[in-house]
Design a protein around this ligand. Sequence first.
Ligand code: HEM
Ligand code: MTE
Ligand code: MO
Length: 332
Amino acid sequence: MDRGRRRRTNLAMLTVLTATFASGWFAFAAGSPVPAAITSITHGVLGLGLIALIPWKSVVIRTARPKHLGSFLLLSLVAIALLSGFVQVFLGYGMFAGLTPIQVHVGAALVLVPFLVVHVLSNRLRQAPRREDFSRRTLLRAGGLLAASGVGYVVAEGAGRLAGSRSADRRETGSHEVPAEEMPQTIWLTDEVPDLDRDTRVDVDGRSYTAVDLRTAASDPFVATLDCTNGWYARPSWRGAALADLIAAERRSTARSIVVTSVTGYTRAFPVGDAANLWLAFELEGAPLPAGHGGPIRLLAPGRRGFWWVKWVASVELSDTPWWLQLPFPPQ
Ligand code: HEM
Ligand SMILES: Nc1nc2c(c(=O)[nH]1)N[C@H]1C(S)=C(S)[C@@H](COP(=O)(O)O)O[C@H]1N2
Ligand SMILES: [Mo]
């Protein structure tokens, strides 16, 4: 392999790996069907693009002169990320040695970042892109790689269905269905289930309610999809009151966001216009909301991923700060 090809292979690998990493986070953030389908299919196609580059990259690796331990660790972490991605897609949600495929997947992706940075910095001089790397020919090759990856994605989806794998029960986000009665109790990162009284009060824009008080403003039971980034979704029935029925329209008209905060400090801000589709729920599958699922009162945010569904709600406040001025994922 000549130097140019070697360099272009490495550049392609770096570009696709970076784009795969980024698209994974976008897929994590997407909750509604169209953005979720676009981001998770893009992520899958890019992941397969890494595999399509293996024949070239393996020549680069075999003929590399100094071989560094760090580079092999990087390679292993990419392999773990790829493998756990396929486990998630084809074997489904479940525990493997106490971890879910997505936990292994995102964990490997995060751990590989510093190895990738060192790998790129230590090779940056010899492998830096040159003008000839951006020729029409390179563009055609990149197009070919993308097309091959796209075909690979369709073949993998088809084969998964033919083989009767779990890949077929994914919704647009890639999450697998779990029966409502087996819905896991999930912590985003480090939060803990607090020990709350059934008549713990939630403060909503200056007024305070217990779960019993909320019944007066509550809907009939309805089904809402809880879709966790850990790779599962469930469609249980809930009962609760819409924030639009608890906070007067005049009050909302002067605010920009609604901040929902848990007794644990876990917090998320929402666009004020979402008030009709945000609910304070106190019942799950016809029974009082269990502590593990956020009882006595938790938020439902249909159309958003699970990490928005704040459990153990302590307060709901109007704010002048736009909702997007917050971390994209909760740090807790
Ligand atoms: C650079 C590291 C990564 C690589 C190499 C990688 C690769 C893959 C691959 C090959 C798949 C299977 C795709 C398919 O067959 O449809 C996959 C699935 C998935 N990955 Fe990643 N990924 C990486 C990072 C991430 C990150 C950082 C996240 C989230 C923060 C993420 C989230 C997901 C999700 C949710 C799925 C399932 C998507 C579906 O079911 O269609 N990935 N990944
Ligand atoms: N206070 C608080 N609320 C939280 C979480 C958390 O860790 N702390 N986890 C979120 C995540 S990641 C999901 S998927 C849902 C899970 O709800 P469940 O435990 O009822 O399944 O709650 C969300 N609300
Ligand atoms: Mo979650």
